[in-house]
Design a protein around this ligand. Sequence first.
Ligand code: ATP
Ligand code: MG
Length: 584
Amino acid sequence: MKLSTGFWQTYKESPADAEIVSHKLMMRAGLLHKTAAGIYTYLPMMVRILRKIENIIRNEHDKNNCFEITMSVVTPAELWKESGRWESFGPQILKAKDRAERDLCLSPTNEESVVDVFRKNIKSYKQLPLNLYQINTKFRDEIRPRFGVMRGREFTMKDAYSFHIDKKCLDTEYDKMYSIYENICRRMGLEFIAVEADAGAMAQGEAKTHEFQVLANSGEDKVIKCNNCTYSANVERAKTTASLTKRTVTKNELIIVDTPEKQTISEVCEFLKIQEEGSLKSLIYKGISGETEDFYLCLLLGNDSMNEVKFKNISGHEIVTPATDNELLKLGLLKGFIGPVGSLDKNLKVIVDSSVDLSLDYVVGANQKDKHFKNFIFSRDCKLEFTHNDLRESKEGDDCLVCKKSKSIKEIRGIEVGHIFQLGDKYTKSMNVTVLDQNGKAVNPIMGCYGIGVSRMAAAAIEQHHDDKGIIWPISIAPYEIYFASICKSEEYVDLSNEIFVELREKGFEVLYDDRNAGAGFKFKDAELIGCPFILVFGERDFKESGVLEIRTRKTGDSIKVSKNEIFSKLEKMIMEERKKFEL
Ligand code: ATP
Ligand code: MG
C-alpha cells in the first residue's frame, strides 16, 4: 500500500473503553473501527493480519485432511429446535423473524448446520472419518463485550467438526487436532499452554476437552498448573488438593461461643485465634432448572472458595447463583452465622467439599446472631443428609493430585484462543443422524468439534508482542513485512524512492510505502506503532552524504546501513531468517 493514496490513519489516544493493551493498540494503530458495542469493522491493516492468521489455520487444516466449507451465518430455527438448543442456548443467541414470520438466528456456533450437511450427504461408515471446517463470522450477544475483538459480539471463528464411527477414531482425530492447534500457535509466535477444560453444556458427561491458552496477565481465564509435572487445567475444571497443616483428631464437646458482630471467616478466626482452615464456610446457593428451584448449603474450608462450575456440574442445574439476602431470610438463615447445626429447612440439600475431613473438629456458624459452634465434627455432630464432593476452587500453593508433590500448584492467567471437544453423539442422536456401520446396522456417528477465535488470536498476539511504542508483529502475521519510510523532499529523490518501492513490490516483498508529505518523526512513530518487523528508511540527506539507506529491526531497534544495490538482497536475507523462527 502506498500511504499517500491509501486508507490508513493512526491515533495518539486510545478510546476511553479500551482497558487492555491490545485493544488500545488496535484502535491507535488504525486496525479497527467500532460500529457498535462488541461489533467492529476490520480496516485494511486488520484484514491483512486476519488473512495471514486464517491462512496459517487453513494450511494446517488442509494438509491434515480437513475440508473447508462455508456455512450460512443465518440459520433456521428448525435445526436448533431439533437439537433442543433453540431454548437452552440462552440469551447469547440473536434471534430474528423473516418476512414470513419464520424464526431465524445468527450463528453463535454451527453444530446443527454441519450435522444437517452431514446427514444429507453421508450414509456409510466407508465415508468416515470426515472433518469439515470453516472460517466464518459468529454472533454471540455477550453480556459484557469488552477488550475490543478479544470478547466481541460479532467475531471471526474457525470451527471444525469431525464425524466418526467409533471412539478410537475420534481419539485419533482429537490428538491430530491437538497437534494442529499447537502448530498454529507456534507458527503465530504465541507462547501458550494446552489445558484440561470444563465440558460445560456442549457435551454430555465427562467429555475430553482442552483449551489452548495464550499466556498473558490480562487474560480472562485463570489457569492452574503444576510446577513439577505436566498437569494443567482451567481453574473451572482443575482438581488439586488443599495443602493443609496436619491436625490430630480431638473429641472435645461441641460448644457454642460468642462471636459478637464477627461475620466474615477472617473476623471469626482472628477473634477465636484459630487458622482459617480450621473453620467452615457455609454458603447458600440456588439452582434453577426450568421451573424448579433448589436451595443448597455448601460447606467448604474457611480459606477456600467455591468453584461454581463444579457446583453446577454436580447439581445438574441449568443456572446456579448465590442466594440473595431475601432468600436467606425466607429460609430463616442469618447471614454471617449460617452453619450445619440446628433446625434447617428440610428441603435444603447439603454438599460438603471433599477437603473437609469428616473426623476433624471445625468452627461453624450456629444459625444464631453473634454465635458460632466450636469443635463441630461432621461424623459426630451432623444430623443432616449430605454428599461429600469436590466443590473448592484450586489455588496457588495446593498439592498436585497427579504427581502428589506438595505445594507445587501455580496460578497463571491465559487468553483462551482455541478449544477442542469430544462431543460424542449429543447432536447426531438429537438430530436423528445415522450411518450404516460395518455390519449394515444404522448407528449414530460420534463427533468432535474444534474452535479457534481468529480475531481474538490477533489481539492475543499483541498482548504478547508489543512495547511502549506499539505493536511488534511476529513476521508470520504482520500486515506487511517492510515499512518503507521515505524521508525525501526533492523531486529527484522522491522519484528514486518511488522506483525503490516499485522494485520492492515487483520482487515480491510485502511493503507498506510511507510516501506521505510528513516529517521523519511522524513516520517513525507510525512505523513503530503498526509494528512491521522491518523499517526501511530512505533519508535524502544520508543518501546524499554516504549513499546509504537504513534497515531497522522493529523488535530489537538494531539498525544497519546498506547501499541502494544491497537493499534487496539484505532485506531478503533478513526476512528469510525472521520467517524461519516461525516455521515448525
Ligand atoms: P469464552 O469462555 O471465552 O466465552 P467459549 O468457551 O464460549 O469462550 P467456544 O464456544 O469454545 O468459546 O468458541 C471457540 C473459540 O472462539 C474460543 O476458544 C475463543 O477463542 C473464540 N471466542 C469465543 N467467544 C468469543 C468472543 N465473544 N469474542 C471473540 N472470540 C471468541
Ligand atoms: Mg463464551
